[in-house]
Every structure is written in C-alpha cells, then in structure tokens.
Write a protein that binds this ligand. Sequence first.
Ligand code: 13P
Ligand code: SF4
Length: 370
Amino acid sequence: MSAVLEQVSAIEDFLLMPETELAASIEAAREALGKRVVILGHHYQRDDVIRHADLTGDSYQLSVMASQTDAEYIVFCGVHFMAESADVVGKDFQRVILPDLGAGCSMADMASIEQVEEAWEQLREIGVLEQKVAPITYMNSTAAIKAFCGRNEGVVCTSSNAVPLFDVYLKGYDKMFFFPDQHLGRNTGAKFGIPLDKMVLWNPHEELGGNTPEALLEAKLILWRGHCSVHGRFKPWHVDKIRNDIPGVKVLVHPECTREVVEMSDLDGSTSFIIKTVENAPAGSKWAIGTEVNLVNRLQQRFPDQEIHLLAPDLCMCATMYRIAPQNLAWAMDNLANGVVVNEIVVDDETRHYALIALNRMIEMTERKT
Ligand code: 13P
Ligand code: SF4
C-alpha cells in the first residue's frame, strides 16, 4: 500500500468526527505534549486549521521560525517543500510532520533535480558557465534543487526577499538561472529594469530550453518555465473589470501573478506584505487582492471597516494547501501524543547539508539587507 493510502486507512477514526470534537482532540494532544510540539501554519491554510497554529507566517517567516524553535516536533500546516525546508533548518533532534502527505505544490513539481542538472550541463556545453552564473531557487522547490543551489554559489529566495537577494546577485554575477517560478523571476527582474529580451524562458522539455546559444549567452536572467496555478488565474481583464466596477479600488497582488497583472496592479508583494498593507490602511480603503482565497477571506473578516474583494470572481484556492484538514491534524497530533510519529518528512544527510548552505545564505543575506 502507498504511504498516502496507508494514511487514508489510518485516519478513518477521525473522518466522521464533528468539527468541535476534532478541535477538542487537537487541543487535548497539544496540552499533553506541551512545549514538545509547535504547530506552524502558512497564511493560505484554511480557517479550521490555522486556528490551531502556534505561529503563522509566509514561507520566509516559517523557515526562520522552524530554525528558531526548540520543540521536538514541528507539525507543519503548509505544503511539502515547506516541511522539507523545516527539516533542513531544524536541529538534529527535531522531527517534522506534514499532516497530509498529498499536500504538494504544482509549481514545485514543475522542476525536478534531474531536469535542473541537465539544463546546467547544457549551459556548460555552450560556454555559458564560463560567465559567472548563479542558480537561484524559489523556496517553492524540492530540497534537492535547494542543495544544487547551495553547491553552486546560489541561494534560495522567497517572494518577500527576492528583491534584496536579486540585488546582491545582479551586482556580483553576470547572470542568474532562476527556478521554478517564471513570474516571480520576471516580476523581480523587471524591478531592476532588466529588459524582457534579456530574460529568456527555459522550457525543460526542449534542447537548450528552446533558446539559441546566443540568446542564452546574452541573457541576464534565465527563467525556468514554471508557474503557480492559483495565481495564474488572475487575468488582466479582472483588473480592468474591478477598477470599472469599484471606483477608487486599489489592486494588491502576489508576485506569482503574471507580469501583465503585476504591471497593472497598484502594489505587489508576498503574503505578509499583503497582510501588512491592509493592516496599515485606513478605514474605508478599497482593495482587490490577487492571492489565495483563504487569506483574502480572513482579511475581509478582520477588517470589516475596509472593502476587500478577491481580484477574480472564481475560486482561487490552493487545493494542495487545503488538503491539510482538521482530520489530518487531529490524527497526526493524537499519534504524537501517543508517542507515534506519522508522516515524518526527512531530507537525506547530503541533500540537507547543501540545502542548508543555500537556506542559511538566504537568511543571513535577508537579515543583512533588510
Ligand atoms: P509566500 O508565503 O512567500 O508569500 O508564498 C506564497 C506561496 O505560494 C506559498 O506557496
Ligand atoms: Fe504552490 Fe501556488 Fe499552492 Fe503556493 S499557492 S503552494 S505556489 S500551488
């Protein structure tokens, strides 16, 4: 039986439990475990899960929190790449639990380490690596790709620190190879005035990513062809329509949205930037927000004196984040309280060593620049 199927059968006792009992079960396990457990929750988690989180944050903040906690168990309510990063930055005695092993990320799945290594070799063969090239990976990638960046002078970045980290690398290197989110890469490159023809797209299914050797030699930024299916749902016509429907509305989007949408927006930034912007806005402000629906709904509830809309009328929900349900959390916590660690995420020692170099570099550079 696969690990996911085994989990489905083990979790059966919790599936029919009413919400109040699930919540009580999670809290009882937490009480029994005390300081031995910490529950981390990403801003996109659903309400019935995030209410149990000890600490919430965007993907950068969560990685820092994971590196600072001394709890024996880190229960990660987020997606697989975040739990892997927590295991990498965590201490040796700590164990990281992902309450549903099916909580992956379609963007992270768009780049495998084999494809990245093959692409690097192709760049070497045509002489691009004779220039100073830094591989930079978005946090939304496997630990193996983070380790590749650690081995090759590169770094990990998130949507909250892409600008300061690009600043360092654009000054010290001829070129950056950015995985796997083309949109975050392009939107950040544009903030530094890099023209679009110097940002080439690498299609992993084509020789040289579908580029000529000349274009690759001249490029400043090589962008992996990956994207977020949630943020990809926001379209330029949504921006036009909402501005037409709600005069005075400000459009605030995540930089995983396409270049066209970010260019049309008033402001763009990470999930915590979006939260802070709304927190600091006066009553009566009007927002159309282009990010995951759970976060936007919570902002609507927290700030009834502001007018907050989701930028797109259709449901922009991260289906994999949503897989972390109270049933999985209750099951994982109950097992921990009974001394059984389920759904542990473990990164092998060699990958961990090099991924840690890239993640620590990110944390040090971010602290230095901000
Ligand atoms: P941040 O948490 O960096 O804003 O990223 C959003 C996201 O897509 C997480 O998967
Ligand atoms: Fe991945 Fe997009 Fe979901 Fe973030 S919102 S976890 S990038 S699919």
